[in-house]
Design a protein around this ligand. Structure first.
Ligand code: SF4
Length: 429
């Protein structure tokens, strides 16, 4: 009897990559391959790469070395954004057997498990093309939550961003197909679906639909009690969407909005499509309609030419808004982007200092946000055991809650009152 092939995946980057890895790994499982941890000896190592920062690029290269060390005879495949953008370099390294970009990666299982061949076929970067089609994907394996890909690609062309080069133009699934995916996910017992995309608010461009219509349709799909929306561009997060979420019992009040800078001149330089005033009005609208909403904001520090004064303006602007917490990124020049060629690159040391200041602010904001929720009643989806043997879960507005571990409560939703705030979480006795 032929032994099943052992396949190990490591995923870098965004929720979209995680959803896609899950779909690709299901293709392996359906053909009897055995999925193992990336730290174990395997026949095939798959690195689902990301290229959003220089750090992500370095991580891909280090994972290739790790895979080779663990099994020098293994097939090593690099798929996804880094492969799409740096296929020729990967090919020249001679360490990688299969290089598949964002369009071709769905062929991976067929290539690796081709029974007509004695050994796995090598695939070079010559096979990489721009992706124009939409391939649905959702994550499975986590019992409580699933990332569902509904949109891919981006037409915006922000000065610092390499994603449109890697993932191509904006495209999406149809609402009816998304609803079908939701049905499949619900049949696995998952309680929360996280809608993901590269530029999620652009949903509908291809199919003559809109993001608002999508969430209206999902709100009727009662077998999933909760939908969470991942990052959405501020110019696409319309008052209608906010108003709909404010009265929906299923779309949770958790907004993740990329501001990127609180300085209008820097927003212009980045090629963003809104002003600080637009952003402020959007946040005000959210809080007017949903006072306890969680608002998470992305920021980039150290764009070329960012002066101390612009950074301070940005810091003061962010500080003045009712934001729950920040995701802070230090600018890193990405090949072929406008920002990589901008003059006056900010020294690494300065970027680090600015990033630290923003992170300190984020910590204060998060604590303030958590304390504002004290005394409120919230629905918690209990998820998993933490290192201290507590059961932990999240409320709809993304407050972490813990209680003594009780296996029977896992993957259930319970109403709790938030009273005891200790070390960044609420505890239920
Ligand atoms: S909106 Fe801008 S930052 Fe976001 S993926 Fe598109 S180009 Fe990149």
């Amino acid at each position: 009897m032929i032994k099943p092939k052992k396949v190990a995946f490591h995923t870098l980057g965004c929720k979209l990559n995680f959803a896609e890895t899950s779909s690709i790994s299901r293709m392996f499982s359906q053909q009897d391959a055995e999925l193992v941890s990336f730290r174990e000896p395997a026949d095939i190592y798959v690195i689902h790469s990301c290229s959003v920062t220089a750090k992500a690029d370095r991580k891909t290269l280090s994972l290739i070395r790790q895979a080779r060390r663990q099994n020098p005879d293994a097939t090593v495949a690099v798929i996804g954004c880094y492969a799409q953008l740096n296929g020729a370099q990967l090919n020249a390294m001679k360490e990688v057997d299969i290089i598949l970009g964002t369009r071709e990666k769905y062929r991976l299982a067929a290539i690796c498990l081709d029974k007509t061949r004695d050994r796995v076929m090598e695939v070079s970067d010559k096979d990489i093309h721009e992706d124009h089609t939409f391939k649905p994907a959702y994550s499975s394996g986590g019992r409580t939550r699933s990332f569902l890909k509904v949109q891919d690609g981006c037409d915006y062309g922000c000065a610092y961003c390499t994603v449109p080069y890697a993932r191509g133009r904006s495209r999406n699934n149809s609402i009816s197909e998304v609803v079908k995916n939701v049905g499949e996910i619900a049949s696995t017992g998952v309680k929360e679906v996280i809608l993901t995309g590269v530029n999620l608010g652009d949903f509908g461009k291809n199919t003559g639909e809109s993001f608002l219509e999508l969430i209206r349709a999902l709100d009727k799909e009662k077998e999933i009690p909760r939908y969470r929306i991942s990052s959405m561009e501020p110019d696409l997060l319309t008052p209608d969407i906010i108003d709909f979420i404010s009265q929906s019992s299923q779309i949770v009040p958790h907004f993740h909005i990329p501001l990127q800078s609180g300085s209008d001149s820097l927003l212009k330089r980045m090629g963003r499509r809104y002003s600080c005033q637009d952003f402020e009005q959007k946040i005000a609208h959210i809080h007017k309609k949903i006072p306890n909403a969680c608002v998470a904001v992305d920021l980039i520090v150290g764009l070329p030419g960012e002066t101390d004064q612009q950074f301070n303006t940005s810091l003061r602007f962010v500080e003045s808004l009712p934001i729950s917490y920040l995701h802070v990124f230090s600018f890193s020049p990405r090949p072929n982007t406008k920002a990589a060629h901008m003059k006056e690159q900010v020294p690494e040391k300065v970027k680090k200092e600015r990033s630290l200041q923003m992170r300190i602010l984020s910590k204060k904001m998060k604590e303030k946000y958590y304390l504002e929720q004290k005394g409120s009643n919230q629905q918690v989806l209990w998820e998993s055991k933490d290192k201290q043997n507590n059961l932990q879960g999240w409320t709809g507005n993304y407050i972490r809650v813990k209680r003594p571990y009780d296996a029977a409560r896992e993957n259930t939703i319970e109403e709790v009152t938030l009273n005891h705030f200790v070390n960044g979480s609420y505890y239920i006795k």
